[in-house]
Structure formats: structure tokens, C-alpha cells
Design a protein around this ligand. Sequence first.
Ligand code: GLA
Length: 385
Amino acid sequence: MNNPLEQEFEKQFGKSSGPFFHSRAPGRVNLIGEHTDYNDGFVFPIAIDRFTAILAKARPDRKVRLFSTTQNELAEFSVADVVAKDAPKWSLYAKGVAEALRQRGLIKNGIDALVTTTVPIGGGLSSSASFEVATGLALLAANGKTLDKVELALAAQWAEHNYAGMPCGIMDQFISALGEKDHAMLLDCRDLSRRQVPIKDANMRIFIANTNVKHELVQGEYQARRNQCERAVAILKKKFPAVKALRDADLSMLEACRMEMDPAVFRRGRHVISENARTLKFAEAMAGGDWAACGQLMYQSHESLRDDYGVSCPELNVLVEIAATVPGVYGARMTGGGFGGSIVAMVQQQAIEALTVEIDKQYPARCGKQASMFATSAGAGAELI
Ligand code: GLA
């Protein structure tokens, strides 16, 4: 007897011979190091225990057919042709990955695939990166190929830039592809070197609360922040020619250029520079199990994102404010790109209930909607099952 996913696959695509390929890739939550990845800086995410899973069969031709159970929709395209204008938006992530892999000479043929996910869509937990990475793995497997996970992450990022129009950094795709169970990853986004830091305390949980809002203009604001960072670098360079990215500057250098900078550009730079420092400190504190220090750095990160970087929103601020009042919460901050999405908190196991109750009580009253919440632990990166 087939399992329920295989039954669903056969319902959508009919019975056929040939083996199933089953891939899955996790969403992520970033503990700290926000809006630093595209500034050659440091990030510190974990892969979460929620996944996009793909059940696929190879096809003898170039066609890719995807059925998403979340969208309840079938999308179809061909490896190696231009995107049909009416292709559903969600399928463009897959189309982009297929194109990236085709250009590398790795895939020729398409797949029939059933796409399921437990990563909340639009919750700032990288559902799109998990979809891209899982699709890439399934396409490769069905074409009898393998690819280094770093290359797979880069192919997925290329898809996001070129097919979804999101000029993202490398964090999301990288952690989805390369996360390690029970570890957070300190990633240097300049050279992609990384250190896996064990999360040792069984009593400390990572807690996520989703605002369930996604404000418009996220991509436009994201691009605007990138431009402001580039502007800051251009000004810094004049006095300090060795500065290639904000990663290379410190606060005193930024201060020395303050008069030449638009105040907003100065603040963006201050966020990125201080956030890089916080991220390195956080990784040390976590390695030493100093959760109180980690928590303080999370609050500071949130304030910097809210006040200097301008990417928070009232709903995120309210969730962080509520979390800060609950005993046993070490720290909390917005996570991901901002303008909605989720907060991440570090919480003692026994405080989870009180935190959930408090958010359920206060968030609807203050923001007019429910938040969704769950505790998670660091899971493994993408794999073929
Ligand atoms: C989004 C992007 C990432 C990163 C974060 C902010 O999630 O996809 O690359 O820039 O925003 O840290």
C-alpha cells in the first residue's frame, strides 16, 4: 500500500513506473545577524524542524509539472524555455532553480512533483528558500546528478534574484541546504566559511511567533536598504580605501564620515556595523551557554533594526515587547527581512506556556489579529530521503 503522499501523487499525475525521489529542505530562523549577509557580514541562523518536501518522478522529456498542496494548484513549465507569463507566482522559484541547474549542465529532463510544506508561507521563515532547495535536490536526483550543497544554495539564490525578483543575500538558501541538527551556523557571508556552534542546553528552547502580517513593499524596501548600504560604503571608501563592504568598517570610521552622509544612510551603516559585532559576540555567548548575554544581544538587535535600519513594524514590536515581560524569556527580536513575518525568542522550556498565554491575550487586543506560535529546535539541512 502506498503512503498518503504517494497516493496524492498518483491522484495528480496518474500511476507510472519508475522510482520516487523524495527531497526535503527546512525553513530557517535567524537568531541574530540581520541585514548583514549582503554586506559581507555575519549571520547566525538555524534550520528549523519544518520543511518543504517534494515527492517526484523523473520524466522522459523536459516538462516540469508541480502540484502544490498548499496552493492547491498545478503549475507546468519546461526546463529550457522562457517563463510563461501566466505561470503561477509560486512556481517561479522552481522554474528559476531548474534554469540555474540547466545552465550548469546538470539537468536535462523534468519531473512530476508533489510539493507539500510545513513552513508557514510568508511568515519570514524562508518558505521560498526551502522550496528552492528541495526542488533543486529533486531535479538533480531525477537527472542522476549530485551537486555540492554550497553550489545548490548559490543556484537557489540565483533563482530568487532572477525569477522571484528578490535581491536577497545568501543566508536563507545556505542554512536550508547546510544546517546541522542541534547547531546554529555562524556564517561569514564574505567567503562562506562557517562554524557550527552546538546548542547545548536542553532546557533552552527557540520560540517563534508569527505576526501573521506581511506589509507591502517588502522587496522595494529591501532594495532601498541595499542601496543605502552601498551609498555608505562609497562614502567610507573615500576616507578609508580598504573598505569594500560595511563589514570592513567600524563605528569610529563611520562616525568620521558622518558629516558627508545622509542621516538615514548613517543609521543604516550603524545598524550593520553594530549587528556584525553583536553576531560575533552572540556566537561566543552561545558557545559558552550564556543565555542571558544572548538575550540582551537579541533585544539590542531588535532596537537597532527598528530604530536605525527601519525594517520593523508595529506588530513585530508588540510581540517583542510582550515577550520581554515574561519571566524565563532570555531575549527576543524580529527575524528575517522585516515588515511583518516573525519574531524569534530564546526561552526557558518552562516559560513557553506563559509566553504563549501572554501573546494570545495581548497581541489580538493590540494588533487586531492572532499570532501563530511554535517552539522549534535546530534541525538538519536539506536531504534526499
Ligand atoms: C531576507 C533575505 C536574507 C537576509 C534577510 C535579512 O530573509 O532573504 O538574505 O538579507 O532578509 O537578514
